[in-house]
Design a binder for this molecule. Structure first.
Ligand code: NAD
Ligand code: IPM
Ligand code: MN
Length: 350
């Protein structure tokens, strides 16, 4: 198996090193071979060469079995151009329409909500990942003047909305889950989100075994905090999915815990922690690598290597239970030391 690894910027570099360490350990104990090939695309690389991603970059990525990204974002690139080309560009060019973001609390102690337990925080968010407000359609007129007009269109297509909603229902059915909740702002966004509501109702009718619920996203954000046990599967658009999965990160103990996959079923897909490059933490060996390691686990799960994926999940859970963690979730270890502990646990399981 060949994996492209883009460590990126800031803490992305540090957490990726631990995710790769864990992948190597899994390969070792399971007698598999994972070739991790590092690609230098990052803010540093852009500032040195003027290149965000090479002309054949997306084509090169398609030739791997999977892609892993740490994080992209650097204060020296204020317009975030390299992140848009490398991260959003790959999502769009490889048509990775499913942004899969599980929200699972691994230990009661990590939950910021009063009296909530692991039984209450266990759902997945499917974020549409190829359209919505992220497509960059629009422009600025008279930029920099007091007459400036800024237009950024939100694109919602039948194809895009239909396939992510269907994916959410298929996922629920395959796992025996009973509820799918769609979140939009169809009370205010009366054109684009009317399409979401229409397709949600049409697709739901094909899944009589699953209870469809609809919430406006503002209410959903409130209920995620007030009663997260209401949810099993949430499906929503690109921007709302971005925002609510940071809340999801907090429910799991912090952004450092949250994992994600950017998936086109059956094609080369991209895995990354939900968090960013966290410049204030960079270079200090304090970043929590668990979201990155759990993203490596999602990578293996998506490629059908379920046993290997579970080795990582169990080891991360064991580290959390034993408080062998970074300080953001209450431990005393550094990023590297957490990686070593988790690797050791995987060897012990193997
Ligand atoms: P961020 O996710 O980088 O960090 C926000 C805060 O969350 C941090 O200051 C820290 O307190 C905490 N945090 C995040 N990850 C952590 C970890 N692994 N361990 C411990 N604590 C952690 O969000 P931001 O500060 O808004 O963005 C910083 C840069 O990252 C920006 O350039 C942004 O565009 C970029 N970004 C990139 C991605 C990505 O590549 N997928 C995601 C989000 C943000
Ligand atoms: C994420 C990030 C990205 C997004 C940024 C870096 C463009 O926040 O993956 O959640 O908004 O999708
Ligand atoms: Mn985000």
């Amino acid at each position: 198996m060949r994996i492209a690894v883009i460590a990126g910027d800031g803490i992305g570099v540090e957490v990726t090193a631990e995710a790769v360490k864990i992948l190597r350990t899994v390969a070792e104990v399971s007698g598999r071979r994972f070739d991790c090939e590092a690609l230098p695309w990052s803010a540093d690389h852009y500032l040195k060469t003027g290149i965000t991603i090479p002309g054949d970059g997306y084509q090169r990525l398609r030739e791997f079995d999977a892609i892993f990204i740490g994080a992209l974002g650097d204060p020296r690139v204020p317009d975030n151009r390299h992140a848009r080309d490398i991260l959003l560009g790959t999502r769009f060019e490889l048509d990775l329409y499913v942004n899969y973001r599980p929200v699972r609390l691994l230990d009661d102690r990590l939950c910021p909500l009063k009296d909530r337990t692991t039984a209450d925080v266990n759902f997945v968010v499917f974020r549409e990942n190829t359209e919505g407000a992220y497509v960059g359609v629009g422009g600025r007129f008279k930029a920099g003047t007091t007459d400036e007009i800024a237009v950024q269109e939100e694109i919602n297509t039948f194809k895009g909305v239909n396939r992510i909603i269907r994916h959410a229902f298929e996922y629920a059915r395959a796992r025996g889950l009973r509820k799918v909740c769609m979140a939009d702002k169809s009370n205010a966004m009366v054109q684009g989100h009317a399409l979401w509501l229409r397709l949600f109702r049409e697709v739901a009718a094909e899944y009589p075994d699953i209870e469809p619920t609809h919430m406006y996203v503002d209410a959903l954000a409130m209920f995620m905090v007030k009663d997260p046990g209401l949810f099993q599967v949430i499906v929503t658009n690109n921007m709302f999915g971005d925002i609510i999965t940071d809340i999801g990160g907090a429910l799991q103990g912090g952004l450092g815990m949250a994992a994600s996959g950017n998936i086109h079923p059956g094609r080369t897909s991209l895995f990354e922690p939900v968090h960013g490059s966290a410049p204030p933490l960079a270079g200090k060996n304090v970043a929590n690598p668990m979201g990155a390691m759990l993203s490596a686990s999602l990578l293996l799960e998506t490629l059908g290597k379920r046993d290997a994926s579970q080795l990582i999940e169990r080891a991360v859970e064991a580290a959390v239970k034993a408080n062998q963690t970074t300080p953001d979730i209450g431990g005393k270890l550094g990023t590297k030391e957490v990686g070593d502990w988790v690797a050791g646990n995987i060897k012990g399981q193997g």
